[in-house]
Design a protein around this ligand. Sequence first.
Ligand SMILES: [Zn+2]
Length: 389
Amino acid sequence: MQKIVFTFFTLLSLSGTTGAQVNPEKLKRPKLVVGIIVDQMRWDYLYRYYDRYAANGGFKRLLNQGYACENTMIPYTPTYTACGHASIYTGSVPAINGITGNAWWDNMLGKTVYCVQDDSVKTVGSNTELGQMSPRNMPVTTICDELKLATNFRSKVLGFAIKDRGSILPAGHSADAAYWYDNKTGDWISSTYYMNSLPQWMKDFNAKKMTDKLYEQGWNTLYPTNTYQQSVDESKAYLAKPFGPRFPYDLKKFAGTNYGVIDATPMGNTLTFEAAKAGLIAEELGKDSTTDFLAISLSSTDYVGHTFGPNSIEAEDCYLRLDKELGDLLDFLDEKTGKGQYIFFLSADHGAAHSPSFLKENKIPTGQKEDEPLFNDLNKLLKEKTTAS
Ligand SMILES: [Zn+2]
C-alpha cells in the first residue's frame, strides 16, 4: 500500500528524441493486485467497530494509509452475492453483465440455472458434484480478464473463496484457476474448466486437513463478552445458537464429520487466507514485473451474519478477527511481494438488514412476510391479468 516507485529515465530520454511524450504515471505497474470482497460487510462496520480494530490490523491501515470511497452507492438489484461480485469485477450492472441473481430462470432452457452452474465440466479435487462450475453464464469480462488481455495473457490470475461464485465470477473467464471449498469433503476444489487435476501445492494443502485442526481450536471470543458493546447480549432468545448457548463454542465434534460448519465461523476466513497465501507462494504471484491478480472473497462473514444476525457478538467477533487477519495478510504481502509493489482493495458485495426481532424489541417498525403466500397471491394476480378474457 506504499507508493509504487519506478524509474523511467531511459523511456523518457527515448521519447524526448522523437518528440512524443510518455506519461510515466501511465507506465507504473504494480507487481500484484489483491482484491478482497468481504461478503455481507456493511459499510458502517468500518466505523461501528473502529475503536476495537487493532492499530496494526487491516481496517485502520487501509483507512489511514489508503483511500476510502465514502459515497458509495449500490446501483442495482438484487443485492445478492453473485450480483455484487460480478458488478464489482465487471464494473457493470446485472442488466448488462448477465448475473441477475444467485440463480435465475432461463427462458431458453426452460429451467432455473445457478449463476456458475456448468454441467459440461467436472469437479477437480473431490468426488462430489460441487465442482461442476465455471464462469460461462457471465457474458462479459472482469477486470482480471482485461488484465490478461492487456498483458497478452502473461499475467497470472487466481481466485479463492469458500463460495464457488465468490471465486469464479471475480477471477473471470481467462483465470489460471479459481478454487472454492467443498463443504462435503473439507477440501479446496476446482473444475475441468480450469484444469484436469489439482496442482501439487493444493493437494498438499488439502492433505493438511486444516478444517479439522481449526475445529480442534473451537471458537471463543477475542475479548470478554461484556466488552462487545455494539452487540446484543448473547442471552437474547431470538438469537440462533447452533453451536451452544454461550461462548466458548466447542467445535471438536465436527472434525471429520461435518465440514460445512466452518462456513459460519471466523475460521472459514482463516482457511481462505491460508489457501490463498499457499497459492501466491506456489504460483509465484507478484514475483516478476508483469502484474498478477489475486482475487479473494471472504464468504464466512456472510454465513456468520445470516446465522447469528448483524448485531450479534458472533458478528462483531468475526470482524475483529478479520481485522487482525487482514493486518497479517498485509504483512505477508509486504514481505513476499514487497512494500509499495502491490495494489490492495477491499469492498463488499452487499450489506445486511437488521433482524426483525431485534428491531421489534427496540420498538422500531418492522415485520416479516412469508414468501409462499406472497408468491401465491402474485401468481394468482398474474394468471388473472394474462388469461384472455
Ligand atoms: Zn454475499
